[in-house]
Design a protein around this ligand. Sequence first.
Ligand code: ADP
Ligand code: MG
Length: 246
Amino acid sequence: MNARDEEPSSGAGALISARGLRKSYGRTEALRGASLDLHEGEILAVTGTSGSGKSTLLHCLSGITRPDDGVVAYGKEKLSLLPEQRLSELRRSDFGVVFQFGQLIPELTALDNVALPLLLAGIRRDRANQRAGEWLECFGVRGQADIRPGGMSGGQAQRVALARALVTEPKAVFADEPTGALDSLAGEQVMTALVHTARESATAVLLITHDAQVAAYADREVWLRDGVVHSAPADVSDREAARREG
Ligand code: ADP
Ligand code: MG
C-alpha cells in the first residue's frame, strides 16, 4: 500500500471525519482501515470497483452500520458511542440518504413521500405539504406530486427520492450510486438537480459511484480499493510506484 496517497490524519474543519474504519462480514473484510473527511458543503465522490467497500463505508459514515473498529466523528459526537436513539435522530434530521432505487414508499404519492420526514419531525401537515411541493418543484417533478412511485419513470422516482432526502435540510446527503439504475440522460438530470440543490443549500454530499462521468460533478474524488481510501486512482499510484522503483 502506498502511504502517500492516503487521506491526511487531521480531521480539522471536517463535517464528518472517519479514521481507521474496519468492518468485516464473516471472513470478508469490507473495510480495512478506511479514513475520510467530508467537509461542510463539499461534493465528494467515492469511486471504486464493485465489492471495494463503498456501500459499507457509506453505511458507517451515516450511522446505519457500526464499524468493528475506528471512529466516525460528527462534530463533537462519535457515532460509534451514540445510543441508537440519538443515531436515528441524526439520520432523521442531519443526514439524508439516497440509494440506487426502490426506497420510496410505494403506497404513498410523491408529495406524501417527501412530506413524511417533515411529519416525523413534528411539522404540521399543511406546512409539510407546502414544503414538500417546493422541493418537488426544485427537482422538476412537481407534476408528479399526486403520482405513486409505480407510475413514475426511474429518473422521476430518483428525483423524488432526492427531494425527500433534502427536504429536512440536512447537513449531509449520502447518495449510493443514485444514478446507477438510470439511462444516461435521466442520470444527468438527476445529477444536475442534486449538485445544483446541494450548492444552493450548502449541503455536503458524499456521492458513491463507479461512473467517471458522475464523479466529474464532484468537487473532489477519492478511490476505495480493498477497503482503504486513496486520494489517487489505481493507475496513477501504480505508475508513480513504478517510476520511483525504476
Ligand atoms: P461496494 O458497495 O463497493 O460494491 P460493499 O460495501 O457493498 O461494496 O461490499 C464490500 C464487501 O463486503 C463485498 O465483498 C461484499 O460482498 C461484502 N458485504 C457487504 N455487505 C455484506 C453483508 N451484509 N453480508 C455479507 N457480506 C457483505
Ligand atoms: Mg455498493
